[in-house]
Write a new protein. Structure first.
Length: 357
């Protein structure tokens, strides 16, 4: 019997369960009772501490539409993997030991950039690893899309749609803060889908003068409200030149923790428009996956099952030009995918007259 370990690690997102189901159903379909799936609880934390169990096939039924992850997840920062903490646990040695104890033939790791770094470390340590790219941030190198992203775009778009009417009624500016970590994909897509007037992403530092000029141009056309889609990682041009710590210190000194609060205050001061901040936050990560993500999860999951059968390890699944394929883990680990300046979607935004700050 082939023993296949599986874990979900890092921040959750819609589509994790759909991917687990995709892997499991395709494995059972291809290998019948010649395969056993071992579920590891709470990501690498469970692998470090030996928290695992043999899954029943029925546990993968009925979860296609369910948000979150039936395995649980946790952030276990890569930088701590080689650090022996107060508990004196050598994490890498413990993960290898539990992999052996579970008698795994391979381990599937569903996660984002951090997860992929650890997955690669385990592959370098001689374990048979397959990664699956999950994140609402869409920032994994080598794949055009990650599962979770489009569900988050749907939720973020709905948030923008909803603030539109209240912004219009009150003649206000609404600043919608969207997730995405250091990448602007989610804000760019949701901003376009929601008809935002101004989109600010980390890759393109803004100036508040440009932002206010865009609001005033609209006002001159008789438009008494403006919608700003602002990535949580957005920075103004001065901040972009600072190191992360310096930037945080400067914001704290000025009494702001986030870019959006600062932007809202500045808009009020410079344009006179009453301004509010709206933060959909973790709603962007919750709930049922969109049909797009259900399909993607099933494509990725079933492809991973094929890779297990073929014993093709040391890889992560990817979408490249509408084809599902794979990349070597070592080529992906430690990298990320930001919105390139030449990206077609930025061009679309500019053609539509959307200000990018
Ligand atoms: O990586 C996904 C993500 O949702 C980012 O967009 C966000 O910056 C971060 O996770 C939030 O993390 P946490 O849930 O740990 O606060």
């Amino acid at each position: 019997k082939k023993r296949v370990g599986i874990l979900t690690s890092g921040g959750d997102c819609p589509g994790l369960n759909a991917t687990l189901r995709g892997v499991a159903k395709a494995l059972y379909q291809r290998m019948g009772d010649q395969v056993e799936i071992i579920g590891i609880a709470n990501g690498y934390h469970g692998l470090i501490h030996g928290d695992w169990r043999v899954m029943e096939p029925r546990e993968f039924s009925g979860i296609l539409t369910v948000g979150g992850t039936i395995l649980g997840t946790r952030r276990t920062p890569f930088k701590l993997m080689r650090v022996v903490g107060e508990d004196q646990v050598d994490k890498v040695a413990a993960m290898k030991q539990h992999y052996q104890e579970m008698k795994l033939d391979c381990l599937l790791c569903l996660g984002g950039n951090g997860t992929h770094k650890t997955a690669n470390l385990l592959a370098e340590e001689g374990l048979n690893i397959i990664g699956l790219p999950k994140t609402i941030d869409n920032d994994i190198y080598g794949t055009d899309v990650t599962f979770g992203f489009h569900s988050a775009v749907d939720i973020a778009t709905e948030a923008i749609d909803r603030v539109h009417t209240t912004a219009g009624s009150h003649s206000r500016c609404m600043v919608v803060e969207l997730m995405g970590n250091k990448a602007g994909w989610l804000t760019l897509y949701a901003g376009i889908a929601g008809g935002a007037d101004i989109i600010l992403i980390p890759e393109l530092p803004y100036t508040i003068e440009n932002v206010c000029a865009a609001i005033e141009r609209r006002a001159a056309q008789g438009k008494t409200f403006s919608i700003l889609a602002v990535a949580e990682g957005a920075m103004d041009a001065c901040e972009a030149r600072m190191k992360k710590k310096e930037r945080a210190a400067k914001r704290a000194e000025a009494g702001y923790t986030t870019a959006t609060n600062r932007i809202a205050k500045q808009i009020e001061e410079l344009t006179g428009f009453e301004t509010r901040v709206c933060v959909p936050g973790h709603m962007q990560r919750g709930g049922t996956p969109s049909p797009y993500d259900r399909v993607l999860a099933t494509q990725f999951g079933s492809y991973a099952a094929k890779m297990v059968e073929d014993e093709n390890y040391g890889i992560t699944i990817a979408m490249k030009n509408n084809h599902v394929g794979e990349n070597k883990l070592k080529d992906v680990a430690g990298k990320s995918r930001l919105v390139p300046e030449s990206h077609g979607m930025l061009e679309v935004a500019r053609r539509m007259g959307i200000s990018m700050g």
